[in-house]
Write a protein that binds this ligand. Structure first.
Ligand SMILES: C[S@@+](CC[C@H](N)C(=O)[O-])C[C@H]1O[C@@H](n2cnc3c(N)ncnc32)[C@H](O)[C@@H]1O
Length: 273
């Protein structure tokens, strides 16, 4: 179980409402924000090992994407090393079919699928133009165990998956307009609250043994019928693996806040995790 925590602020939803606290905002001044990503057109260049051997795996991988996608990579897309480690954790824990909730341009799905070819990775993404880019990247890389769908993730069934991956997908709802990926979808505090509850409810009803990997947190609440199997430093934050270990709980839940996991006991405020 995660380390014990005391003296942290209550994990109510408003605690997540300050964009500055959110890791996805960390580098917002370091890069040009993509205000309105256009649909990507033209062929993707396969990531080849370039003349400069010092180029990182991420730079090589991202080179396949259009410039506006690359510019936001460090804030919005999972680094290759994190995707590979997540794939390893999921594989070791017995995952077979993984859903990336909010797949963006498919960087996690593609890197994880390449690292764990015996698993199936499916990405669901609300922005159709990002899914188009993800599909072209999959064709470019020739990865068979990666699939992408356009959908509102909290409005479609998650049945058939034994594992889920979250890179803080709902946090963008709380960002200032200039920090968002684009304005093509509804983003609001109301939507954030609604989606957090939908995700919590779906995870609570999932079959025993369901696995959840999170990077920079799930964006919301992990029901207390899940236990943390792993919590390790990865990329610019923490990578965690959760598993549903009992059928029901009393409505209590965990919230991931940076290095900390806060247990919110139903009706009792803060607890220790
Ligand atoms: C931080 S990015 C992560 C992308 C990808 N998982 C990765 O790690 O490379 C979050 C993505 O989730 C998508 N997203 C957020 N809420 C969503 C929802 N309710 N349904 C579908 N996609 C959603 C956003 O459009 C964005 O592309």
């Amino acid at each position: 179980m995660p380390k014990q925590l005391v003296g942290l602020p209550p994990p109510h939803l408003e605690a997540l409402s300050d964009g500055q606290e959110h890791p996805m905002n960390e580098e917002r001044n370091a890069e040009t924000p993509a205000e309105d990503l256009p649909p990507a057109k033209g062929p993707l260049q396969p990531p080849a090992r370039m003349a400069d051997p010092k180029r990182s795996d991420d730079a090589l991988f991202d080179a396949m994407y259009p410039e506006r996608i690359r510019l936001v990579s460090r804030r919005f897309w999972t680094p290759i090393a994190v995707a590979q480690r997540a794939a390893e954790l999921l594989r070791s824990a017995g995952a077979r079919r993984v859903l990336d909730v909010g797949a963006g341009v498919g960087k996690f799905v593609l890197a994880a699928a390449r690292a764990a070819p015996e698993l199936d990775f499916v990405g669901v993404e609300q922005r159709a133009h990002l899914v188009e880019v993800a599909r072209r990247a999959r064709r470019t890389l020739g990865i068979a165990n990666a699939h992408f769908h356009v959908a509102e993730a909290t409005a479609v069934s998650w049945r058939g998956f034994d594992a889920f991956y979250f890179f803080n997908p709902l946090a963008e709802n709380l960002f200032d307009e200039e920090d968002r990926l684009d304005n093509r979808v509804e983003l609001s505090h109301e939507r954030f609250a609604r989606d957090v509850l939908r995700v919590e409810c779906t995870l609570r009803r999932a079959p025993l043994g369901t696995l959840v990997a999170t990077y920079h947190g799930s964006s919301g609440r992990i029901p207390s019928c899940y236990e943390a199997l792993a919590s390790e430093s990865a990329g610019s934050d923490r990578l965690r693996l959760w598993r549903k270990y009992r059928e029901k709980d009393d409505g209590s839940f965990f919230v991931e806040v940076g290095d900390s996991i806060v247990w919110h006991k139903r009706g009792m405020g803060l607890g220790l995790a």
